[in-house]
Design a protein around this ligand. Structure first.
Ligand code: GLC
Length: 456
């Protein structure tokens, strides 16, 4: 008998939270995270689901948030005039918070101010707010923050660094003439930075967000934004605050947008921000809604890769949340509460050579979760699992499916095939989850098989 113990096998002992999948091997491609950073990121890392909210004057005519004037589809004047028809008359922050909390989301991120510069709170830094510009005539942010906090959901504030409507921001249109050149008028730029700082101070003092979600950093460099100074200040004001990556290199986690990552992002912490249809804000014409099951599949895709899903909703100008979006959040709630153990606190799963499905592992590494977004017509097959299996169960039910190991040769290192028969009646209506409990942290055989030189 020839011994065939690949180094990959050892490497695969499940510290798989930090594994990247390469050509047949697993390697730790991520930089070490300090204990302090890991402690700060813990709630975010365990949360898995957040709800993003884009609400602003753009919902009135259903044009794209800020970009519609920046790209010249409508004039700035026409765009800003929407404010006069922004009513918030059906706005019920308690209802929003109930819907978000019951979806299973552990955090929310709301647009306190988009690139158009219109604030949702009563800013004193300038006159561009729903309080001063719209018939809603009130601060709509504070009651939402209170409602969300009272339900134990963490608060994230989206804040656009760019303010294309501000007289001291250097540009307004993508292709239009610049207002001025920062290099030639540094004092004017500093005035703009002071304005941002004043607003961020207001937000810190009034809401002390758990998470800052910046946007628009791409228009200036880290030096021009004074990104280090800014993030140092936010962190000294609140050492436990988490900052997204859109601050020219000074953030805590990666933020891929809409495009679901195909390979796992390199960052230890990441979050996919994602639309339910094709728009961030409410747009009457956009009916390209994903189904609740498709959104759930994207959630387990993120969970499999060790990341979070930040799913966006775009309320109408009156504050009503479109029914298609409500339906998605309700289905998320049904599924996440039934499968809570396979959602919160899980870690990235195993390479899909082992099982053709999404996977994750629990925090101690001795439960492998397999997510099946389809009805299997035969047994589910798991390859290369070294550990002994203690139990296999269907999460959210009392069912323990039958399973059997095939091809396990006692003298070979290569594990057998685990074949799991999932009974029809145990299938979830959207995504079924299997839990494989092993006798220790999941270990994987990563070799290419072997020639058996001696048989019985
Ligand atoms: C983009 C867009 C913006 C949207 C955001 C959400 O960067 O500028 O309109 O708010 O992404 O991720």
């Amino acid at each position: 008998m020839r011994k065939f113990l690949t180094p990959c096998l050892l490497a695969a002992v499940l510290a798989l939270t930090s594994c990247t999948q390469g050509a047949g091997s697993i390697s730790d491609g991520q930089a070490a995270i300090s204990a302090e950073q890991a402690g700060k990121m813990k709630w975010f890392d365990e949360a898995k689901l957040g709800i993003f909210i884009h609400w602003g004057i753009y919902a009135v005519d259903g044009v794209s948030e800020s970009w519609s004037f920046h790209n010249g589809y409508i004039s700035h004047e026409e765009y800003m005039a929407q404010a006069k028809r922004f009513t918030a008359q059906a706005y019920d922050p308690e209802e929003w918070a109930d819907l978000i909390a019951s979806s299973g989301a552990r955090y929310t991120v709301i647009t306190s101010k988009h690139h158009d510069g219109v604030a949702l709170w009563d800013t004193k830094a300038d006159d561009k707010s729903l309080v001063k510009m719209s018939p809603a005539a009130r601060d709509v942010l504070t009651p939402f923050v209170n409602a969300i906090r009272s339900r134990g959901v963490k608060l994230g504030l989206y804040y656009s660094l760019i303010d294309w409507s501000h007289p001291d921001y250097p540009n307004i249109y993508r292709n239009g003439p610049a207002r001025y050149d920062i290099a030639k008028e540094p004092e004017r730029w500093q005035k703009f930075l002071d304005f941002n700082t004043a607003q961020l101070n207001e937000l810190t003092q009034q809401y002390r967000p758990d998470l800052w979600w910046f946007d628009g950093d791409w228009e200036q460099s880290a030096e021009t934004w004074k990104a280090k100074e800014l993030t140092d200040k936010l962190r000294s004001d609140n050492p436990s605050c988490i900052i997204n990556s859109r601050i020219q290199g000074y953030g805590d986690y990666g933020t891929p947008e809409i495009g679901v990552p195909v390979v796992r992002p390199a960052e230890r912490y990441w979050e996919l921000c994602y639309t339910i249809n094709d728009s961030w804000g409410f747009q009457h014409k956009d009916v390209n809604f994903k189904t609740p099951q498709m959104v759930l599949r994207t959630l387990v895709d993120c969970i499999s890769g060790g990341g979070n899903l930040l799913l966006d909703i775009g309320p109408r100008e009156d504050g009503a949340i479109p029914e298609e979006e409500v339906a998605v959040l309700k289905e998320l709630g049904r599924w996440t509460s039934k499968h809570a153990e396979a959602v919160y606190g899980t870690r990235a799963g195993i390479p899909d050579e082992h099982v053709k499905a999404y996977t994750s592992v629990n925090a101690s590494g001795d439960i492998l979760y397999i997510y099946l977004p389809y009805k299997p017509i035969g047994p589910v097959e798991v390859k290369g699992l070294i550990d002994n299996i203690k139990k296999i169960r269907v999460v959210g039910s009392t069912v323990e499916p039958q399973w059997k190991v095939y091809n396990k040769l006692s003298w070979s290192e290569v594990p057998g095939l685990v074949e799991i028969q999932v009974p029809q009646e145990a299938l979830d209506s959207a995504i079924t989850v299997l839990a494989i409990e092993t006798d220790g942290p999941v270990q994987l055989y990563r070799g290419a098989g072997q020639v058996i030189t001696m048989n019985e």
